[in-house]
Design a protein around this ligand. Structure first.
Ligand code: AMP
Length: 374
């Protein structure tokens, strides 16, 4: 039976783009969110997360999420009577870097050597076990590089602990010498069918995703390995919906960094660049509809709009370029929208990206002398 009403934990731009994909399928979304005027508000009813859980639970036939830090306490109340896709275990695992790494270990998905750390002494021990440099991260609550400290010297132990020790539960990871960062996104249907999109190569600026290139250049050998890893996770978790796995490319092969139990910023390219987008396939999976093709239509670059809006008319004057605004006000470091460049002739990608770099108001990892070699 196909569900026609989906309740979504969170109401940000990811929820908004899920609801945009749901509408033509006859599926209506509602949202559970802290702010009434959130980016999803124009697409469906918003229930306030501090007081309206009961009303939210009545508003839909099946539930999903776009916010990774959805409180498990709310999920536990909901799942007494209702179905949540992806399952609670996937959410709980992704909320804690130590559980996540333990799952990767269990499924033989390679990760950087790590130690659980809950005292300054254990941090010193991790430094002597793993060597330097080390990335110290809070086990819970960090995102976009927040809640992290890179230790390069034994003398950094005290400073790192003073900065992050209050979190009590931390993870110390060996610093991975990666050549680039990629992500694989996949969807699993209620019948267990798995489909994967092409790998995205991800570039960051001040810890925030700046742009993604798909297919990740020179990734033919990496694609089947990444597909194997994410399929292991999806099947083990009996997952339904879209899952993202972020990976480091190293001389020793792919190392998993973290997973996100949701649609992902590095998958926004798929709205124009793939036959069926991550948003539509997530809705199809959760609603119990057949999955669509994840095939790439043409090589695509997705560029985030961060902090300040560009001139829409200048962006839209570029060939093969699409603009997605999330209805948010300007603030430093805030994701306000994204731009997709998806020309039929991949040779045009470099030129259009260079032109775009000149138009965007914020300095980005996208530069006027960049080359895209897909
Ligand atoms: P995360 O919050 O785990 O996604 O980390 C944010 C960013 O920090 C990643 O995108 C990497 O660029 C960097 N990073 C995280 N963990 C490591 C590591 N173990 N070694 C090197 N760089 C890392």
């Amino acid at each position: 039976m196909a569900y026609q009403r989906i309740g979504i934990f969170g109401g940000g731009q990811l929820g908004r783009m899920m609801a945009q994909a749901a509408l033509p399928l006859g599926v209506q979304c509602s949202f559970f969110e802290g702010q009434k005027d959130c980016p999803s508000a124009t697409l469906g009813q918003v229930f306030l997360s501090d007081s309206q859980l009961n009303e939210f639970m009545q508003s839909a036939d099946v539930f999903s999420l776009e916010f990774e830090n959805t409180p498990l306490a709310d999920v536990d109340i909901l799942t007494q009577q209702h179905t949540l896709y992806p399952p609670r275990q996937a959410l709980a695992t992704a909320q804690n870097r130590l559980s996540e790494k333990a799952l990767f270990d269990e499924l033989n998905i390679p990760v950087a050597p790590y130690r659980a750390v809950s005292s300054e002494q254990e941090l010193s021990q991790a430094v002597s076990d793993l060597g330097l440099p080390i990335v110290l991260k809070t086990a819970m609550g960090g995102y976009d590089g927040k809640g992290q400290f890179v230790l390069r010297d034994v003398a950094d132990v005290g400073t790192a602990w003073a900065e992050l020790g209050a979190a009590k539960s931390l993870i110390a990871e060996s610093f991975v010498k990666f050549s680039r960062e990629v992500s694989i996104i996949a969807v699993r249907g209620q019948d267990g069918e798995v489909r994967t999109w092409d790998l995205a190569e991800n570039h960051h600026h001040h810890g925030i995703l700046s742009h993604s290139i798909v297919p990740a250049p020179h990734s033919q050998d990496l694609q089947p390995v990444a597909e194997d890893y994410i399929t292991r996770l999806l099947n083990h978790l009996n997952y339904v919906g879209v899952l993202t796995l972020e990976l480091f490319v190293t001389e020793q092969g792919l190392y998993a960094n973290e997973m996100a139990p949701r649609v992902h910023n590095s998958g926004h390219w798929s709205i124009e660049g793939a036959v069926c987008s991550q948003f539509e396939n997530h809705i199809r999976a959760v609603a119990g509809l057949p999955l669509g093709s994840t095939e790439t239509i043409c090589p695509t670059v997705m560029v985030n709009i961060i902090g300040k809006h560009p001139q829409s008319d200048a962006v839209l004057a570029l060939p093969a370029t699409h603009l997605h605004l999330y209805g948010k006000s300007e603030r430093a470091g805030r994701k306000l929208g994204h731009i997709t460049i998806s020309p039929k002739d991949a040779k045009q990608l470099t030129k259009i990206c260079q032109q775009l770099a000149n138009i965007l108001p914020e300095p980005l990892a996208l530069t006027a002398d960049m080359t895209i070699d897909v």
